[in-house]
Design a protein around this ligand. Sequence first.
Ligand code: DLZ
Length: 163
Amino acid sequence: MATELKSLSVFSTENLPDISKRRFAIVVAEWNADVTEALFEGAYQTLLQYGAVADNIVRGNVPGSFELSLGASWFAQRDDIDAVIALGCVIQGETKHNDYINHAVAQGLTNVGLQTGKPVIFGVLTPNTQQQALERAGGIHGNKGDEAAMTAIKMLGLQQQVY
Ligand code: DLZ
């Protein structure tokens, strides 16, 4: 519970929309699975905690974070999906490989959101070390999966307000 509160403390949890009929897709990268599974658990539990129904949450795995954009795009194009949460962990390596992946997935997910008009959430950790990643996946710095889920909820609230 303490990590949950810490993780979500950047957000106000007042005036959240009713998400009991909203449908979510969570796309999870398999690279650094110990981290991304923890991000998934955080995102999934946060959606349930704030009113989503388990049957309305679907999960899809992709091999690595680079594939998150296409996975997110496939889900976002479905009429029965309201929001997509993309979860990955790209750890800095000895080459610039990580930079290319990070930029590609950030741009890719942005494009999917703009093209579909649906919230597509960037839940990708970009740490220097695995230790830093674990600290942000249920450790001392909370769980960025929780934050990603809350971001999706808040964007659905704004969408409802606008339309
Ligand atoms: C190749 C690669 C490397 C080096 N590092 C990571 C990483 O830290 N996190 C991650 O999610 N994926 C990594 N990948 C895999 C790429 O995302 C992608 O799956 C491959 O380049 C194939 O397109």
